[in-house]
Design a binder for this molecule. Structure first.
Ligand code: CMP
Length: 141
């Protein structure tokens, strides 16, 4: 079924000027950008977004990285968008990401893994509302 998912192009990928290359992969796979917002997250925002990881050994490094520069948050839509986005991204640990995936090509480390994508419909809804409280563009085709 048609789903929406939250994507973040992380600071390392933005710094590499890879926004266009990564969005091209989303669009070529049939995902449609319904909302997009560039922002430099505060520590409070990053900690709130990743609240589920609070207390984990990588949490401080993650918050430090996610606040190190601007990110592009996007709401993507398409058939099975959540799983499709995760397939295009590759494994969270870039050492395990399949060749040709975004993380295989743009990640620098487990933390600096280039992109984030929602993992389930409930988290997708929460994460989209986090960055787009005013809602996303209504689908036109
Ligand atoms: P993301 O999909 O954004 O979700 C949590 C992030 O924490 C993950 O991508 C990585 O950037 C980062 N991270 C760093 N170390 C780990 C780890 N050991 N396990 C999971 N996520 C990690």
């Amino acid at each position: 079924s048609v789903q929406q998912t939250l994507s973040i192009i992380k600071p390392n990928a933005v710094a590499k000027n890879a926004i266009g290359a990564i969005c091209d992969r989303f669009e070529k796979a049939g995902l449609r950008i319904l909302a997009a917002r560039m922002l430099h997250m505060s520590r409070e925002q990053a900690a709130a977004f990743y609240a589920v990881h609070q207390g984990k050994p990588f949490f401080d490094e993650l918050v430090g990285f996610m606040t190190s520069g601007p990110v592009l948050a996007m709401a993507l839509e398409g058939e099975d968008a959540i799983a499709l986005n995760r397939e295009i991204m590759g494994a969270t640990n870039p050492a395990q990401a399949a060749p040709g995936t975004i993380r295989a090509d743009f990640a620098d480390s487990f933390t600096e893994n280039a992109v984030h994508g929602s993992d389930a419909p409930d988290t997708a809804a929460t994460e989209i509302a986090f960055f787009f409280p005013e809602g996303v563009c209504v689908r036109t085709r």
